[in-house]
Design a protein around this ligand. Structure first.
Ligand code: M6R
Length: 613
């Protein structure tokens, strides 16, 4: 995710800004930039704007070659969402005397951009952010700086944190928060504003967290005021935090993995943002627009990916085949690239990759392209190799995932696969009513995940009972079989448990031989179309003395009488249950790993992005 830093006060802004950017580097980014307004006694009238691709150190180098001085400035690390990493797409975006840094997504940027172009505005980047600078600059012709910002804000929709400065009102900085984080560090006679408290804590522990829909105006004489978007004054006071810089990077959580598990409601919201048209039961995926017609003719899909992304693909197969009626195969990229896959121009190969750089998946894309298939990517890292090489695709917008174990990327991938199912289905036989039903329920998922996260302590207690087990089964049927695989992968990776995931119907064909007194089995047993069958499997394990931890849905009474431990999740549509079921498994694995004293963020032998074969 992008990072923002702003400074206004009595110190050299550039020093504070670059220090802040360095503290945001852990979040991942592809380019950086800053803008410093000239001080009153300077002969310069316009801001110095410096931007570069790559690391913050490249920006430091560039800045050192220029005469950048002043007490007010904004800076940014960009993690591309709209437009590839480039100097032109890096922030700040400047139009006239207005300079803007932005985190988040402006949902209606396309229509705004078209209108602005009609009014004669010239765009220099591919970003959604540049529209904000144009809107404010147009208003500034007739209004003061503050009014111009408010008037521009009334036209934009989406998630954003914005910090704005203006050459001809140089002692002021305006910031606004709407669904993207923004924190203000309140110093003795200055302010540092940032998207993440880790850019602030080394300067001050006195911070003011902005709420959604709040605008703050900071001035160089140390005054600030907070207002709502309709300019009603709000009384807001700073609070003291005692986080170390390292704790601050993890948002106060002990590990990145845990933080990312808790970011899942947001990750799902961001995956859906601007893509769902409930009233028509339709989905709009801008990245697939160019291939939509071809996609509607496709008779066969192969999903190719690795690890957790492969498990997402398996869930996608169940969804697409059941609701869109298109035949789907799912294959490990490492197999696909070396065997002789039957691929032709009448089919689509969908690759799923968080990093967008996985060597096997990239090789699979090239193989599929050579054979004339339509290649589509579901990728989190914008501008990554897979995103560049596929014919079209959908970005996750889940923000950087730092923990090696994939968590929020997975729920985000599932969300996009649901969107794809509805897109493919509505282009075929799926009714408006069914489209609307799936999408309405999908929009409830972030709230349902939040309700699971609130009960995280129950899972900690359950995890304690399994911490000494070195082997485990994860069992699920139909939609939950891939989640059994994912649960097993998670605990294998971060707790080094020899866990195996099975389709529960397969138990009696072999694995049941391993069940003996106390052997742990995690059953995925929501009350769905295969509930009774899952209960039979649980009975078979219990009859042989196995210990059962079941994840089920509220109201499934039978489960409690068979299992030793139960965690209940809320009810949703069967096809969406994987989005909920996986969350307790992630938390369970996390606690087992932590209780075993392991480094859950960087497990042994693993890399976040597997760029070698
Ligand atoms: O970046 P990708 O989604 O292509 O990565 C695929 C796998 O390497 C990845 O999912 C891996 O299995 C994770 N460590 C799982 O937690």
């Amino acid at each position: 995710m992008c990072g923002i830093v702003g400074y206004i006060g009595k110190k050299e802004a550039v020093t504070v800004l670059l220090e802040g950017l360095h503290h945001l580097e852990y979040r991942g980014y592809d380019s950086a930039g800053l803008c410093v307004l000239p001080s009153a006694h300077s002969r310069k009238r316009r801001a110095s704007v410096v931007r570069s691709v790559g690391k913050v150190d490249a920006l430091v180098d560039l800045v050192s070659k220029k005469n950048v001085s002043g007490f007010v400035g904004i800076a940014h690390t960009r993690w591309a969402t709209h437009g590839r990493p480039s100097v032109a797409n890096a922030h700040p975006h400047s139009v006239g005397n207005i300079h803007v840094v932005h985190n988040g997504i402006i949902e209606n940027y396309q229509s705004l951009r078209e209108k602005l172009i009609e009014r004669g505005c010239r765009f220099r980047s591919d970003t959604d952010s540049e529209v904000v600078a144009h809107l404010i600059a147009l208003e500034r012709v007739k209004h003061d700086f503050e009014t111009s910002v408010y008037r521009a804000l009334s036209k934009i929709r989406g998630a954003y944190a914005l910090v704005i400065v203006c050459d001809d009102d140089p002692d002021k900085m305006i910031a606004v928060k709407n669904s993207s984080p923004l924190v203000v560090g309140v110093g003795r006679d200055d302010f540092i504003i940032a998207s993440d408290v880790s850019a602030i804590v080394q300067r001050t522990k006195n911070v003011l967290y902005l709420n959604d829909g709040e605008v703050i105006v900071l001035s160089r004489d140390g005054e600030y005021s907070v207002c709502s978007l309709n300019r009603l004054v709000k009384r807001r006071k700073p609070q003291v935090i005692d986080w170390s810089p390292e704790q601050a990077q993890k948002g106060g959580y002990e590990h990145f993995m845990f933080k990312e598990i808790f970011e899942q409601p947001h990750a799902v919201v961001d995956a859906l943002r601007g893509r769902v048209v409930i009233s028509d039961g339709l989905v709009r995926l801008g990245g697939l627009r160019s291939v939509e017609d071809r996609l509607c003719q496709i008779k066969r899909i192969v999903i190719v990916s690795c690890g957790t992304s492969y498990h997402a693909g398996l869930v996608g197969k169940y969804m697409i085949e059941e609701y869109a009626g298109v035949s789907v195969e799912v294959e490990f990229a490492s197999e696909f690239r070396y065997r002789k896959p039957l691929v032709d121009k009448h089919m689509a190969v969908i690759v799923i990759s968080q990093s967008g750089e996985t060597a096997d998946t990239l090789a699979a894309v090239r193989e599929a392209k050579n054979k004339g298939a339509l290649t589509l990517g579901i990728v989190n890292a914008v501008g990554s190799a897979i995103a560049r090489e596929t014919d079209a695709g959908v970005y996750n917008h889940a923000g950087p995932e730092i923990g090696v174990a994939s968590t929020k990327a997975f729920t985000s991938q599932l969300s996009i696969l649901v969107l794809l199912t509805v897109l493919l289905g509505r282009g075929r036989d799926m009714s408006f009513v069914m489209g609307q039903k799936i999408l309405t329920e999908l929009e409830r998922i972030p709230h349902l995940i939040t309700s699971i996260l609130k009960r995280e302590k129950e899972l900690r207690v359950i995890a304690r009972a399994y911490v000494k087990n070195d082997a485990m089964f994860f069992l699920g049927r139909k939609y939950h079989y891939p989640i059994a695989l994912e649960g097993a992968l998670k605990i294998k990776e971060i707790a080094y448990v020899n866990a195996q995931g099975y389709a529960s119907g397969e138990m009696k064909h072999g694995p049941i031989a391993l069940i003996e007194d106390g052997f742990p089995c995690v059953f995925l047993a929501p009350k769905d179309s295969v509930y009774e069958k899952t209960l039979s499997g649980m009975e078979e394990v219990r009859a042989r003395g196995g210990r059962i931890f079941a994840v089920s849905t509220v109201g499934a009474k039978e489960v409690s009488s068979i299992a030793d431990d139960v965690f209940f999740i809320p009810k949703t549509l069967e096809m969406l249950t994987p989005l909920l079921l996986v969350v307790p498994l992630q938390i369970f694995s996390y606690h087992v790993g932590v209780m075993r004293g392991l480094d859950v963020d960087q497990p042994r032998n693993l890399a976040k992005s597997v760029t070698v074969e």
